[in-house]
Design a protein around this ligand. Sequence first.
Ligand SMILES: [Zn+2]
Length: 501
Amino acid sequence: MHFWSFTPIALLELTFLAVLHGAKWTYNGPEGEHHWSKHYPYCGGAFQSPIDIQSKLLRFDPTLLPIEVQNYNLSPNEQLTLGNNGHSVQISLPSKMYISSLPHRYTAAQLHFHWGSYGRAAGSEHTVNSRQYAAEMHVVHFNSDKYHNMSMAVDKSDGLAVLGVLIEVGEFNQAFEQFLRFINGIKYKDQRIQMPGFNIRALLPARLDEYYRYDGSLTTPPCYPSVLWTVFRNHVTISRQQFQALATTLYSSHAQDSAAVPLKGNYRKPQLADSRVVLVSFKEGRGLRGIHTVTSPLTRRQIVKQLLVGDLADLADEGLYRLLPSGSEKLRVGMKEDLKDLQSENRAKSKQQTLNPSLRKKGQTNRSVGKSGLAEDELSYVSLEHRVFHQLKLSHREHQLVQALRDAVFPELNLKSYLDCKSDLALPAIRHILRGRPTDEALELDRSLTKALMNQGNMSTALKHILPMTHHGSLSPATVPREPQSQSYPHPWLLPMEWED
Ligand SMILES: [Zn+2]
């Protein structure tokens, strides 16, 4: 996925971001993906894309409707702009095109591609059980119910929806020919031409009802985690010749540059799953035996509500374990009693507080109201970045921007994702919610959760999603070296949190 558009407003925005961040990025070398987070801190942050779509991350969700697209069949009279932005080839799309089957209307903005190189037909961004396809198409849409344009939406947590299409080399594809026949006219960076419209629907696979769904990010700087991803299960094919045209015609350098740099291998490597799950709209086929079905939205909301205001002991006894990262078992037997004791103590305490209002903690009520309103408030990443940067500046710790942003954004993102999109509820998110609760009771629940997660037989499996690597680099999860300490020593998230009093 790629944030680039031809509209003057978007170009202005891009210039602003470039000034803010220092701009240049590539897929290899000193400006390559491992260095993106220096200038674009979200690239090292939470909920990044693409990911390796592994069977163990999948959850069947019976509520996922077939994708429906509107006005995708464009007439040849409608002119489209085909351009080379130095990172990809992109086609601008008219705003009458939209997705109608999501909770909001998502209006199309552009589509573009990621691909391998001449000798290597492996350049998709998403991989399925580590299998990389030859190329990948992204059709980018923004939430036009809530935002006026792409620039407004790009950094909002509910801003974008992207359709991802995996592409393999095989049969010739007539639909791809509609734009491939023009790419000789945009060999160099910043070149663009007008071309006749065609049926964009024909670029998508025949079946739009089978897909993977997860919460993720732009796969290029600034990497905002603002994308609701739909990756279709079925790939499309292009011929070897068509793939070679895509992989060998274009340059990421300007026509006037003395050294021409080929535009190839423009894909980002898979990112950490980060306690996310991948929802699937189907449950038949290879790798899907014994696939879990997601908890119903009602149960999920009830549990979050209970975390916010309900009986924590009941929650520990009943359903919470089901919503923890995959494979978590029931919480320790007997905890309910411990908590009941604590609760009666707390009730006594709060009675005291009622009798003596001066003992009441300031802001306690406001805080829990704030938390319950969280699901409706959307995060804005630009303003969050400014705020965190400002705070860090005060404490002379600017180099920690990536980690600080990650810490600031992860719990809310996880909670939002959990409410909207059924991610597993990670411990940081639970802690985030529990901050508004009576201290002893919540602390006890927190301890039990930590213990339950650590006591699991297969700790490496259970904690895989919540034990992040120290570097948030872009190595494929399979090739990231395990830290020796992660087996024996819990991550800070698993240690008892600091309570405010
Ligand atoms: Zn893309």
